[in-house]
Design a protein around this ligand. Structure first.
Ligand code: ADP
Ligand code: MG
Length: 789
């Protein structure tokens, strides 16, 4: 959209009082339509707004003002907090929200039960003397209670029938005012705020529905003659108001509790950080708070303890359980030089290590931050729910008015009461609360589930896209293979000395970062070859390297490189082909313009690669191997891995082209790589999956990061996405079906034929149930199988 690069700033503002998708949609639109705002993402679950804006044109304070103008509360968080603190703060807010709602729901439920009991003597009294008794009583639920509860009450507490019913009316009125004014207060204040901004949301429906019933009851209480003059019982609907508020609050409380559970995975991650670490200070072992550990400190870990911070092992050895971060179930052996991650558990031995990354840069903090961002992000399918919610409330209010008019005009007896009850029921059953929860709760649970298996999905969009993938492109080195190659053969042209050639090559390769170069340097070191200085080192990307060593011009790399340097590889070509047929990489060496030798480098397949690829195929995905390595090697590796299609001898730019070519065929492409020379291809792909190594979460590249290198994470991510999409669609269906069926029934379309009507009380119970069922359905993803099926 913005072609000129405007300065950008990003701020996250907590927003208070949003209860449904219509609310968050309203805040979002208000922000988006503001001058200087690039994009806004308002999250109903995390109750915040993340805004990208141009700081020269708009200030964060203005953004806060804008949010407040929509009727919701907003405040700027001044100091930058750590991911752990933020998580904790959010937990506290969520726990508090649940407690408050639970208290209010409990109070209202007690009041509602009491209200129901007291309604019996009131109804009995008001009916007497009125022709037709309670024929006009439109609420089927109350009709039922008159039939069942009334006789029972007369037996148990007959005295309540002896008291003047006006006393009970006063008590009912008091109870209702208390519930409306305290427990249900926010429905009215928020509805009013929405009204002032010419919009309406779920609160509007509850407020209008219960408000109308309340006003009606007030009139019946204070001017009953108005009813009796027309031969009607002056029925009050206090108990309906009480029940509606109580049930909706109960639903909200259950929903708040379930919503807290959607973030348990993240909470568990944040809790991995141990509070203290044992470090060496002045030759003394002392326990210090983790925040006080400094880079370079020597940390001591004993068996069974949690590793406090990231670092590198100095001495000792152990096996470390990293499953909580990488999903790897077997403990990982660690010796001197190995990297350890804060939050993992030391199993068998004890060791000392040097602290490296700390605080916000630690692996755990970065994962928690990544997951927090992911959980708060939107999945595109949410737009559907938002579009529906935006038009929903006005449409429902229109339907309620039509319902009222129709009943009023067509009912012979007590038209006002019936019209009124039907309209209120329509308002209550139509609350779109569940629709706002359908997608975000699934995103929360699914990203948490993935994280528990070492699959970090960076957001709702990536989560949704993973489910649509048709083609999985696998980079060879470091992805399908281990990426830790070793030299297996070294052959020199007649007359050359093996160690001299190795020395020249290794000296040159010291300047290269390629895994092949590391293998060659390592091999030379093991054979005790002395390495020399290099002049004019040049990395020939995707082909090899060149430079001058000891006065000789040395070139090392692929056949392509040799061809570019006009070097005849004939003498060793057959040997090279034979190596390639085994899946090894032949690396040519030329010295002073003449072929000098050939190095065979083997990079074995990753454990489980074959099975993982078979799994991808079972899921109906096509798998393509992509490599800069030569054709023969690629073919052999593809065969070993069970991949039918491969593209070899591509330069790093060529990988991007290959991904584009597949996309041009209309395929949704996932690219899996280690981010070493395939970052551009990862970015080009519809879904970039970066293979991490546990310590390096390759946070920059990729929409999905696999915390452990096994390829089953690829099918795991796609399987999780497919299941999540299914859950989201079920959620949307269930959220919607209540309304689609409920609204016409509430309006009374089944009444003429079947005499069937909904009661406002049953409608509020149904709405509460619908929200809870949607969140519960999302929670099932916590145990979703990630197996390739
Ligand atoms: P991949 O796609 O497998 O990651 P690259 O694009 O990194 O492969 O490299 C392609 C080929 O270029 C290698 O298979 C190798 O033949 C050659 N090559 C690249 N860098 C070097 C190097 N430093 N030393 C020797 N050969 C190299
Ligand atoms: Mg590579």
């Amino acid at each position: 959209m913005s072609t000129t690069k405007a300065p950008e700033a990003k701020v996250t503002i907590p927003v208070e009082g949003m209860t449904c998708a219509a609310c968050s949609g309203r805040v979002q639109r208000a922000l988006e339509t503001m001058e200087g705002v690039g994009s806004a993402n308002v999250n109903l679950m995390l109750k915040n707004a993340t805004v990208v804006f141009d700081p020269e044109r708009v200030s964060p304070e203005a953004l806060v003002e804008r949010i407040r103008s929509t009727g919701y509360g907003a405040e700027l968080v001044l100091e930058e907090r750590s991911a752990f603190d933020e998580q904790e703060a959010q937990d506290r807010v969520q726990a508090e929200e649940f407690r408050t709602l639970a208290r209010k729901a409990a109070f209202s439920l007690v009041a509602a039960a009491l209200g129901m009991v007291l309604s019996m003597p009131v109804m009995a009294a008001t009916a007497s003397g009125v022709h037709g008794g309670h024929a006009g009583l439109a609420d089927p639920f109350m009709r039922w209670s008159m039939r069942v509860i009334d006789p029972w009450l007369r037996g148990v507490v007959p005295w309540i029938y002896a008291v003047d019913h006006r006393v009970w009316l006063a008590v009912l009125l008091t109870l209702t005012v208390a519930v409306m004014g305290w427990a249900g207060r926010h429905f009215y204040t928020r509805a009013w705020a929405a009204f002032r901004h010419r919009s309406a949301d779920m609160n509007t429906l509850v407020a209008v529905g219960t408000g109308a019933a309340f006003v009606y009851s007030l009139v019946a209480t204070f001017v009953p003659e108005l009813f009796s003059r027309h031969g009607l019982a002056p029925d009050v609907y206090y108990e309906a108001v009480l029940f509606i508020i109580a049930l909706i609050l109960l639903g909200n409380a259950l929903e708040a509790r379930a919503k807290r559970q959607t973030s348990t995975a993240l909470r568990a991650l944040a809790d991995l950080q141990p509070p203290t670490a044992r470090v060496l200070r002045d030759e003394q072992e002392v326990d210090v708070p983790v925040e006080e550990v400094r880079a370079g400190d020597v940390v001591i870990v004993r068996p069974g303890e949690r590793i406090p911070v990231d670092g590198e092992v100095l001495s000792g050895a152990s096996a470390v359980d990293e499953s909580m971060l990488t999903g790897e179930s077997l403990p990982v052996e660690k010796g001197p030089g190995a990297k350890v991650i804060g939050g993992t558990i030391n199993r068998t031995g004890s060791f000392r290590y040097r602290a490296t990354t700390l605080g916000a840069d630690s692996v755990l903090a970065r994962i928690v931050r990544l997951m927090r961002d992911a959980q708060g992000s939107r999945a595109p399918i949410q737009n559907l729910a938002d579009r529906i919610s935006a038009v929903f409330v006005p449409v429902v209010i229109a339907i309620a008015l039509v319902t009222f008019a129709t009943w009023y005009l067509l009912t012979p007896t007590a038209p006002l009461i019936r019209a009124f009850a039907a309209a209120v029921t329509v308002l209550i059953i139509a609350c779109p609360c569940a629709m706002g929860l359908a997608v975000p709760t699934a995103v929360m649970v699914a990203t948490g589930r993935g994280a528990g298996q070492g699959i970090l999905i960076k957001g709702g969009e990536a989560l949704q896209r993973a489910g649509d993938v048709d083609v999985v492109v696998l980079d060879k080195t470091g992805t399908v293979t281990e990426g830790r190659p070793t030299v297996t053969e070294l052959e020199v042209v007649e007359g050359d000395d093996e160690l001299r050639v190795l020395g020249l090559v290794a000296s040159l390769e010291r300047g290269s970062e390629h895994p092949l170069a590391d293998a060659i340097v390592e091999h030379a070191r093991r054979r005790g070859v002395r390495l020399a200085e290099v002049e004019g080192f040049a990395s020939q990307t995707g082909r090899g390297a060149t430079g001058v060593v000891d006065g000789s011009a040395v070139a090392v790399g692929s056949a392509r490189l040799m061809k570019e340097w006009a070097i005849d590889v004939m003498p060793l070509r057959d040997r090279a082909e034979a190596l390639a047929a085994l899946g090894r990489t032949p690396v040519y060496v030329a010295v002073d313009g003449r072929l000098a030798g050939l190095i065979g480098v083997a990079d074995p397949l990753r454990a489980g690669a074959r099975e993982a690829i078979a799994g991808l195929k079972r899921m109906g995905l096509s798998v393509v191997l992509l490599t800069g390595d030569n054709r023969r090697t690629a073919e052999a590796i593809a065969r070993q891995a069970g991949i039918d299609r491969f593209v070899a001898e591509v330069l790093p730019e060529g990988k991007v082209e290959e991904v584009k070519r597949l996309q041009a065929e209309g395929k949704v492409v996932a690219m899996v790589g280690d981010g070493i020379n395939d970052a551009p291809a990862l970015a080009q792909a519809d879904l970039g999956i970066a293979i991490g190594t546990g310590t390096d979460i390759a946070a920059e590249a990729g929409d999905v990061v696999l915390m452990r290198p096994e390829l089953d994470g690829v099918s795991g991510a796609i399987a999780l996405s497919r299941r999540t999409m299914r859950t989201m669609k079920q959620n949307l269906f269930w959220a919607f079906i209540y309304n689609v069926i409920g609204i016409p029934v509430a309006a009374g379309v089944l009444y003429p034929a079947f005499g069937l009507l909904l009661s406002p009380i049953l409608a509020s119970a149904a709405m509460a149930f619908s929200s809870v069922s949607v969140v519960t359905n999302s929670l099932r993803l916590r145990r979703a199988s990630l197996a390739a099926v």
